[in-house]
Design a protein around this ligand. Structure first.
Ligand code: TYD
Length: 210
């Protein structure tokens, strides 16, 4: 498939969403066609699934149900939005993708990475990010950033040990795929981070082409 698929990953509050927006703006300024989606969400149906997942009232949700809901939201986004955009040669930026499920549900919830891979096999239709920026920030620092901004949702409200497991999970998968997953230190000024990310993305495009 043509185009370029870039994802952003990291703990809640690590600053992914801001960096994803900045990278999209950077590409648009350079004259590239680029679009940005968030997970869970990014399409009307996926946004409805997101509401169910993050609703604090849904505290009875089973871990497997949660994994399937993330996969369902992802499946709709992949087939409705991401694949057509990539086929059109666009740069697609996704604020979280499959790695989040592997880490949050597979490691954080303890379902196991291979179970979560199986659940997502048909949902992603073989699609994998070409490049992933992992925003690395100590989990307690990260969640405090969010707490200052707004009320926390069902996932953010998980106990500290859950966020610590997620943190270690991201480090683990980043180590496994160093060519795809670029670790970015998130505890620095926004502009320094965004420039580092833009440079790395452009280097990738120059080497591989679009
Ligand atoms: P997100 O909107 O990125 O939250 P934040 O901006 O706080 O990082 O993601 C919503 C929550 O869903 C977040 O706590 C991470 C979690 N999540 C999973 O547990 N599994 C997944 O597959 C995805 C995509 C997100």
């Amino acid at each position: 498939m043509s185009g370029l698929f870039i994802s952003f990953e990291g703990n809640d509050g690590a600053g992914k969403s801001t960096q994803a927006v900045l990278l999209k703006e950077h590409f648009l300024k350079k004259g590239f066609a680029a679009c940005l989606f968030r997970e869970p969400g990014g399409s009307d149906i996926s946004e409805k699934i997101r509401e169910i997942i993050l609703d604090n009232g849904n505290y009875k949700m089973k871990h497997l149900t949660e994994a399937y809901l993330y996969a369902a939201a992802r499946c709709q986004l992949v087939y409705e939005k991401i694949m057509p955009a990539l086929k059109g040669g666009q740069i697609v930026i996704c604020d979280r993708f499959l790695d989040s499920s592997l880490v949050y549900q597979g490691i954080g919830r303890g379902l196991g990475i291979s179970v979560v891979e199986d659940i997502n096999k048909y949902a992603v239709g073989g699609l994998k990010p070409d490049l992933t920026f992992f925003l690395h920030l100590n989990p307690s620092e990260a969640i405090d950033r969010h707490r200052e901004e707004r009320e926390l949702d069902r996932m953010e409200n998980q106990k500290a040990y859950f966020h610590n497991r997620v943190y270690r999970g991201f480090l683990e998968i980043a180590e496994k795929e160093p060519n795809r997953i670029i670790k970015v230190e998130a505890n620095r000024p926004l502009k320094v981070i965004s420039e580092e990310i833009a440079e790395a993305a452009e280097r990738f495009i120059n080497e591989r082409g679009l």
